[in-house]
Design a protein around this ligand. Structure first.
Ligand SMILES: Nc1nc2c(c(=O)[nH]1)N[C@H]1C(S)=C(S)[C@@H](COP(=O)(O)O)O[C@H]1N2
Ligand SMILES: [Mo]
Length: 359
């Protein structure tokens, strides 16, 4: 795609064809992630789309099915929505014992400004039926799937969201990313951005929107990208939806050598899917005691908040274990331990970063 060479040098390759590229989290030093450093998570090869032939289809429980061309989409009143996208498998590579799946460290999370019409405006043009409950977003990419149970043959990458969310300002159909035309690997010509939800819902290469009257149970929200919820003591398989509260340390990175007796600016980012980040705490003794970090800038809905903490590094050399934990305005704090019902997703328990204090 347009910025192929540049992109590869800025990102860590987890797989090629399809490209799964991790953002170097230790480079996070500003609110917006440059496009060349935004992580990439693709299940299939990037579909080659000719803009002239491309149409966004809007179908199902609507009064007027639509087939909108690129120019029509671009001519609709745009909004610009900043949003953090986190892959539901971010931090999987830190799990012990290791689990299957892409071995992301902390870099399957990035933040951008997304520009395009609201999904609500496109749905309003089509006219949603009174019986409608959900909206399915379907990508142009497809291929075989492998977890049990699997449908035969090829499956398109698709996800549904509740109608209420689809009609809210939380969902945009983005044709621009950080002011630039949407790059191919991020979904050109058009992607959904479902702010506040795990990024799996933010369908790239959007080709079809289906309004439906009953819950969609597609592969990517049942067999995959789901977890066991134990409300009432009965395990129930549920699709992964809104972001769990989480924080990560950018610097120091794991294994970094930090000078004994110095002042070190520990910094990173924290986010949550509902409400705001209310507090970030840092521990410099493996989680025994905690001190409040300073939240930087202003709270931006559905976006990470940068934070910093002035660390008085011990005067004697040796290993130190740093931890961070966030609490949101709904009163949720990152758990101390991993919940096995989450399978290989929703990884937000407190982890430590081991650094070396040296003379
Ligand atoms: N069509 C399509 N949309 C998709 C995907 C995909 O493979 N195909 N991957 C999803 C997942 S799991 C993630 S984490 C995000 C990644 O978005 P990015 O590549 O722009 O970072 O896209 C989501 N949307
Ligand atoms: Mo993902």
């Amino acid at each position: 795609m347009s910025d192929g060479q540049e992109r590869n040098s800025d990102l860590i390759t987890r797989t090629e064809n399809p490209d799964n590229l991790e953002s170097p989290f230790d480079a996070v030093d500003r609110f917006l992630t440059p496009n060349s450093r935004f992580f990439v998570r693709s299940h299939y090869l990037t579909p080659q789309i000719e803009v002239a032939d491309w149409r966004l289809l809007v179908e199902g429980s609507v009064d007027r099915p639509l087939a909108l061309g690129y120019d029509e989409i671009v001519s609709m009143a745009p909004t610009t929505l900043p949003a953090t996208l986190e892959c539901a498998g971010n931090s999987r590579g830190l799990l012990k014992p290791p689990v299957k799946g892409l071995q992301w460290q902390t870099g399957a999370v990035s933040t951008a400004e997304w520009t395009g019409p609201r999904l609500a405006d496109v749905l309003a043009r089509a006219g949603v039926s009174a019986s409608a409950r959900e909206v399915i977003l379907e990508g142009a990419d497809r291929g075989p799937v492998d977890k049990d149970p699997s449908p035969a043959g090829e499956t398109a990458f698709a996800r549904s969201i509740p109608l209420e969310l689809a009609m809210s300002p939380q969902v945009v159909l983005a044709h621009r990313m950080n002011g630039e035309p949407l790059p191919g690997e991020h979904g050109f010509p058009l992607r959904a951005v479902v702010a506040g939800w795990y990024a799996v819902a933010s369908i790239k290469w959007l080709r079809r929107i289906v309004v439906c009257d009953r819950p969609f149970a597609g592969y990517y929200q049942t067999a995959d990208y789901s977890y066991w919820d134990r409300t009432n003591g009965l395990p129930s398989l549920r699709p992964i939806t809104s972001l769990e509260v989480k924080s990560q340390i950018a610097r120091p990175f794991a294994g970094e050598c930090v000078q004994a007796g110095s002042h070190y600016r520990v910094h990173g980012a924290a986010w949550t899917g509902e409400g705001d980040v209310a507090a970030v705490e840092v521990s410099v003794n493996g989680g025994s005691t905690w001190s409040e970090a300073r939240l930087m800038g202003d709270a931006v809905p559905w976006s990470w908040r940068l934070w910093e903490f002035d660390w008085q590094v011990p005067s004697s050399p040796g290993p130190v274990s740093l931890c961070v934990r966030a609490t949101d305005s709904l009163g949720r704090t990152q758990p101390a331990t991993r919940d096995p019902d989450r399978g290989t997703y929703l990884i937000n328990h407190v982890v430590s970063v081991e650094v070396n204090v040296t003379r």
